[in-house]
Design a protein around this ligand. Structure first.
Ligand code: GGG
Length: 352
């Protein structure tokens, strides 16, 4: 298969983990006789520094002309530490999602048996947890009207019926393909936007009689994903809640560095780790490349390259079993491997 891939490394640890993601794609292409070509483009703080725009038109052009976008992360301490900054790296990612119409962010959450001990949770609660969070990605507070002066600031949490219907359709259909259990997460006891989500989900329920649908407030869901993670199969929620909830689920996988995602919608699909740019670790060969590598697996699976995706997953599991791990998931007293070394080990495993 020929695939044209837009590569957006972004900021912080982004370029380091991206190198490993691309190296894995390359070895897969060699092994299975595919032709993957890459075009790199700017996004985030790097793009602001170069052209004053976190998602330049040229980058959008590259993304629109690609079959898929492989993205790493954006964010930079210079902007985090300046509440008055008018342009921010994260706006690049938001603009890209909006312009590509990527409204459905699919974030799988599953335990790795050999990492259960790395979680602050009890092993017996976690074992076998396997669910997917579907986060709405182009609406809500992140995109609603904003205002900020010295005395007042607001973000508007706005959702329209078509926006809610299309993401719920994805969620119901995903549940149909899995264990047929959908949990709609909202804050309908307080927020009008959440009440509309709940109303529309209830209207749609009869179209999916094989799906067992329940409703949960975000506060309760935040507790239940940690105390009863096996309860969940498919979770659907709005933009902000989904962003926060899936950082929390790193306690289930064992590390933020193990959570990949896909973003799907109208134009080119995008694949990226759930985590951000960890600027403090940039250039130190410390970051876990596995979320990027697993995002590459999701990319290949999106195009039906399931054997290729499965081999990447097998290699990732083998690296964890062999204790070839970055510091945050290393066994006590064990040797910590760097970003490059973990990537190289996985490439070698796939080559064999
Ligand atoms: N790879 C994800 C990433 O770069 N996250 C930083 C960020 O902009 N987060 C906000 C969001 O994902 O909505």
């Amino acid at each position: 298969m020929k695939l044209k891939i837009a590569v957006l490394p972004g900021d912080g640890i982004g370029p380091e983990i991206m190198k490993q993601g691309v190296a894995v794609m390359d070895v897969i292409a060699d092994k299975f006789g595919h032709e993957f070509t890459y075009q790199e483009a700017l996004c985030g703080a790097h793009a602001i520094d170069a052209v004053g725009n976190p998602y330049p038109d040229e980058t959008h052009e590259v993304c629109m002309n690609a079959d898929a976008v492989l993205f790493a992360a954006v964010g930079d301490l210079r902007f985090d530490n300046d509440p008055t900054a008018k342009v921010r790296p994260e706006q690049g990612l938001l603009a890209m999602r909006k312009k590509l119409g990527l409204f459905a962010n699919v974030r799988p959450v599953a335990t790795f048996d050999c990492l259960l001990h790395k979680s602050p949770l009890k092993d017996e609660l976690l074992k076998g947890a396997d669910f997917v969070v579907i986060r709405e990605l182009t609406g809500g507070m992140y995109f609603g009207e904003k205002y900020q002066d010295n005395d007042k600031a607001y973000d508007t949490d706005i959702y329209t019926r078509p926006e809610i219907e299309r993401i719920l359709k994805v969620a119901f259909e995903t549940a149909q393909k899995r264990r047929k259990h959908l949990t709609v997460v909202d804050k309908a006891n307080v927020l009008a936007s959440s009440r509309l989500w709940r109303q529309i989900a209830k209207e749609m329920e009869p179209q999916y009689p094989d799906v067992n649908t329940d409703y949960m407030f975000i506060d309760n869901a935040s507790m239940r994903v940690l105390t009863e993670p096996r309860f969940f199969d498919v979770v659907v929620t709005e933009n902000t809640f989904g962003d926060i909830l899936t950082d929390e689920t790193s306690c289930i996988t064992g590390s933020m560095g193990l959570q990949p995602s896909s973003s799907l919608g109208e134009h080119t699909p995008l694949f990226e780790p759930v985590h951000g740019s960890w600027p403090q670790a940039a250039g130190k060969n410390l970051a876990n490349p596995l979320a990027e590598i697993l995002s590459a697996a999701m990319l290949l699976e999106h195009f039906g390259l399931n054997k290729e995706g499965a081999l990447i997953r097998e290699a990732v599991n083998a690296s964890l079993d062999a204790n070839v791990r970055t510091p945050e998931i290393q066994v006590e007293g064990g040797k910590a491997y760097g970003t490059k070394e973990v990537g190289a080990w996985i490439v070698d495993y796939i080559k064999k």
